[in-house]
Ligand binder design. Structure first.
Ligand SMILES: [Zn+2]
Length: 330
């Protein structure tokens, strides 16, 4: 099968339905607040947050890491029902196949090929197979949860470039961005992965130079996705925590859930979170109860001056484009 044309720019042009799952994909570099954005949006009626599904195959199906509800993946009733509905049950062979296909089609370095629809021959077949499995997965999540919108917070833009090739997926992308200096500081800190076997593994750490370059690359490719016609909405983490209700309302409309949405789980600076069945992601996905939404500005004092200046310099054009150099945004 050849690669199919791009999805139309207007989110409602083709329509959604049980056969055409609507996916709100949260893209952005890690440590940009994507987990908290996903958790808050997941409280909106008719929206189901599923976590970072790109990691489902390895971390959940093959490694049986814990779901956001606290149970091991293999003992979470929600995910077992989804697996049965989508694939007749979870299967190690399918997960291994998806990891193989991911290496062949879903990599940052393949974005130019994906953007140009250059995938012909075997690459095109692999892409169709890979995306077809996601379509079945999203459909099963929507049916099992009863939600009209499934959030996939995989973050990696390469997966969004793959998904947009399938007109059977109603894809809408939230491009999450955070000040590159805040992101750089966050990547230097030690964060435990509580879902790892011993609960003591640490999340990856990057130097400020590495995170600055990744920040540029992720944001440039997400911007390209929008220019190619995929419905995309920019969300600054700082704006989200300053007025979460406003952001949630705007994103609910973008996701095709026009208001008025009851946002009783949200007040000016706090959210009350219920348990969620999210696979993979930041440890915050396990948090239940009231959470304060507060801008994390620790980098202003904790990021060494030299690293801060270097990060500013490396990311300057996009920092300016996103308004981070305006005095009011600091
Ligand atoms: Zn669960």
């Amino acid at each position: 099968m050849s690669i199919t044309p791009a999805a139309p720019a207007a989110p409602t042009a083709v329509g959604s339905g049980p056969d055409r799952p609507r996916v709100l994909f949260i893209g952005g570099l890690g440590r940009s607040g994507t987990t908290v954005v996903e958790r808050v949006l997941g409280e909106v009626p008719g929206v189901c947050s599923a976590g970072e599904l790109v990691h489902l195959w390895h971390r959940a199906v093959l490694s049986d890491e814990r779901c956001g509800c606290g149970r091991p993946f293999s003992r979470c009733p929600f995910w077992q029902a989804v697996g049965t509905r989508a694939f007749g049950g979870w299967d190690r062979a399918l997960a291994e196949r998806m990891e193989t296909l991911r290496a062949r089609v879903d990599r940052t370095r393949f974005i130019p090929r994906l953007a140009l629809r250059g995938g012909r021959g075997r690459a095109g077949k692999d892409l169709d197979e890979y995306v077809g499995v996601y379509r079945r997965l999203y459909r099963a999540i929507a049916e099992e949860s009863g939600a009209a919108v499934v959030i996939d917070s995989s973050k990696h833009s390469s997966l969004a470039f793959c998904l947009r090739t399938d007109p059977g997926i109603d894809l809408r992308v939230v491009h999450a961005v955070r000040d590159s200096r805040g992101v750089a500081y966050s990547w230097t800190k030690e964060v435990r992965r509580p879902e790892s076997a011993a609960g003591t593994d640490l999340m990856t750490r990057y130097s400020p130079v590495r995170s600055a370059l990744l920040w540029l690359g992720h944001n440039a490719s997400l911007a390209l996705l929008g220019r190619l016609g995929t419905p995309t909405r920019l969300l600054r983490y700082e704006d989200f925590v300053a007025d979460p209700a406003r952001s949630v309302r705007e994103l609910a409309v973008f996701a095709g859930r026009p208001g008025p949405q009851p946002l009783d789980f949200l007040d000016a600076h706090a959210v009350t979170l219920g348990a969620s069945h999210t696979v993979a992601g930041n440890p915050m996905r396990f948090t239940v109860g009231e959470v304060t939404l507060r801008r994390d500005d620790a980098w202003r004092t904790a990021l060494p001056r030299g690293q801060r200046r270097l990060t500013t310099l490396l990311t300057l054009p996009l920092l300016a484009a996103y308004g981070y150099l305006h005095r009011s945004a600091r």
